[in-house]
Write a protein that binds this ligand. Structure first.
Ligand code: AMP
Ligand code: MG
Length: 328
């Protein structure tokens, strides 16, 4: 696999020509977005999109997110006219929100046969430039092997897909470190299909519409992907509420590693991985998936992870942690 290193703020477009040629020719390329690394292909080319599913080992019924760089592209590939929602999206995009809407001019492979498409304008100069140079919408799920935590560093992509894809654009660590918030606007309501960097509070404030969290009940829309095992390390991970519980679990579980806040780390003497400050949950989000991979590659047998407050991005952090900790 060829590794092309680029400045994430001011990427040299000349160094992205080859990547855009690969996309135009129906190949796949890994690239950074502001959420996680994506594995991209021309969204209008079903054969190219199949290569994404093959490389990742992704179940074919789990649709991909289509990335665009303009509203012109949005209107070309969607059939969605809710002015109230579109006005807000014009403020939010480019950014970490994915919209599920009725599709147009998009095949059945990236959308897994659905009549809707999940679409997003990413807020990352490299991603936007790659779409522009390719002249195509780019379908891109996270660039990890299916079942593994999403990649937030180029090294994660190389570890998972190094022998399976022709190129990665290395733009350093991704900014949010969690996958986008996926929403579906339906009948004056916003359904959150997957929590992400954009919190339920922020959505309510921006859209001034009722925001409904998906999951549980049968009659509200869901993302097909949420039924699959995600985000989790292979090692056992246990959720702990507060220092006392961490200490108790640490003593009960030999050879364990505590994944915790900086504040807890100052009071805890054992084996630890610092996720970030409780006062800056963006820092915790950025380090979360790396900590899962670190645990898997380490010699520790068990992970004990601190509970964080479910406010702002903390809501998505706890969504990923609960899923990861519920698997064993
Ligand atoms: P990933 O690309 O791995 O970040 O995952 C994309 C997420 O969006 C998955 O959970 C998909 O199931 C979900 N998704 C993609 N397309 C649709 C769609 N048309 N309707 C509902 N959810 C979707
Ligand atoms: Mg994924």
């Amino acid at each position: 696999m060829k590794i092309v290193k680029l400045d994430p703020i001011n990427p040299d477009p000349n160094k992205m020509i080859e990547a855009s040629e690969l996309i135009k020719n129906g190949e796949v390329v890994a690239f950074p977005t502001e959420t996680v690394y994506g594995l991209g292909a021309d969204a209008t080319n079903d054969k190219a999109c199949l290569k994404i599913f093959e490389a990742k080992g992704r179940p074919p019924d789990n649709p991909l997110i289509v990335h665009i760089n303009s509203f012109e592209m949005f209107y070309k590939y969607t059939d969605f006219h809710d002015e109230r929602v579109l006005k807000v999206m014009e403020e939010i995009w480019p950014g970490p929100i994915t919209l599920v809407v009725k599709k147009r001019n998009i095949g059945n492979v990236p959308t897994a046969g659905l009549d809707t498409v999940a679409i997003r304008m990413p807020g990352h100069p490299i991603a936007l430039k790659l779409i522009e140079l390719s002249g195509k919408p780019i379908a891109a799920p996270s660039a990890n092997l299916s079942g593994k935590p999403s990649p937030t560093k180029a090294s994660h992509v190389i570890a998972d897909l190094g022998d399976k894809i022709p190129m990665i654009i290395d733009g350093g660590d991704t900014f949010f470190g969690l996958e986008s918030t996926v929403i579906q606007p339906l009948q004056d309501k916003i359904y959150i299909l997957r929590p992400g960097p954009f919190s339920p509070e922020e959505l309510e404030e921006k859209f001034k519409m009722k925001v409904i969290l998906s999951g549980g009940t049968d009659n509200i829309p869901r993302a097909p992907g949420m039924k699959y095992r995600h985000y989790a390390p292979n090692k056992k991970l246990i959720l702990a509420d507060g220092l006392d519980e961490i200490l108790k679990l640490y003593n009960e579980n030999p050879n364990s590693l505590v994944l915790c806040s900086r504040e807890t780390a100052e009071k805890f003497e054992g084996n630890k991985f610092i996720l970030g400050s409780r006062e800056n949950l963006y820092e915790v989000a950025r380090n979360l998936f790396h900590s899962f991979r670190f645990l898997d590659e380490s010699n520790y047998s068990v992970g004990i992870i601190e509970k964080f407050q479910e406010i702002g991005i903390g809501y998505a952090i706890m969504n990923r942690i609960k899923k990861a900790a519920s698997k064993n």
